[in-house]
Write a protein that binds this ligand. Sequence first.
Ligand code: ACO
Length: 330
Amino acid sequence: MDVKQAKITAVGHYLPEFRMTNFELEKLMDTNDEWIRTRTGISERRILKDPDKATAFMGAEAAKEALENAGVDASEIDLVILATVTPDFLFPATACLVQNMIGATNAFAFDLSAACSGFLYAVSTGSMYIESGRAKKVLVIGSDKMSSILDYTDRTTSILFGDGAGAVLLEESNDGTGLIDQIHHTEGDTNCSLYQHAGGSRNPATKETVENRQHYITQDGRAVFKKATMGMADVSLEIMKKNNLEPEDVAWLVPHQANLRIIDATANRMGLSSEKVMININKYGNTTAGTIPLCLYDWKDKLNYGDNLILAAFGGGFTWGAIYLKWGIK
Ligand code: ACO
């Protein structure tokens, strides 16, 4: 088979208007702005307030912007992959709703669940369709309405997350730019360090699951912090070594935005100075599958054609990975 190369040809985003600051959280729970900023790097996050809108809406808005930026009609899309842990419904897939909302009438669509690594896994999957020649245009979306699974009485977890979405269009590359390498890992988390315990087939919704607050995300923050720091730093270094990249060869690290300290540790292991690291956790918190495309969106005007980017993430599962790509938008 003639193997092709996939590249990102456009980026889009959606962020809800409402900004929930740390000061707002102070009114809801025993926390304070200083603690949140110094332990996580977060000052505010966006929250989707409209009860009639959710992950599909945000994903569709991000996708529409990506298509507009690419000058591509939705009918030309072959495949829509949407990464999320907060689907509108357990089924049908949120990607199917988005496919309809944007009018991608010739596309097939599915969701991909890999928590905070979801966008990276989805880009990898989408790129395979391009590389094999089975698809010409693939929309990859990361969208999460984290506020729908946050327990605002749990100060250890709810302060971390926000809502938002980003989308990229993948197309065939004919100039050597695009995805060059990818490494992904999984380690089943049997200790329940980062879980939403109820709502699935193991613990369907009951009066008890609701009363016990089991439909919210829960985590062992310290355990996740240790694993995430190690996993993201290790895999970022692994992909650099595998591709003979020195720190000076890397233009940007595009890290999942979970905690500023995890990002700093990753950049340090890679030997990168802070000017080469995309950081917007202060404004948006952790938007799960949305963080990496939201970074690409925020930095798109600073990226130069041919720049070497390392995208890296760690998330629930546990899942983690890194992608090495050459930026291909002029
Ligand atoms: N406000 C004030 N105090 C708090 C808060 C809060 N919001 N949350 C916890 N504390 C207190 C604790 O109760 C504890 O008090 P104690 O010493 O009296 O017992 C103290 O602060 C220190 O708590 P730690 O859990 O040790 O704080 P830590 O420095 O580890 O920070 C945090 C906690 C921010 C959750 C960190 O562990 C973390 O970021 N973990 C990663 C979790 C994560 O990112 N999960 C998201 C999904 S996975 C991913 O995206 C990578």
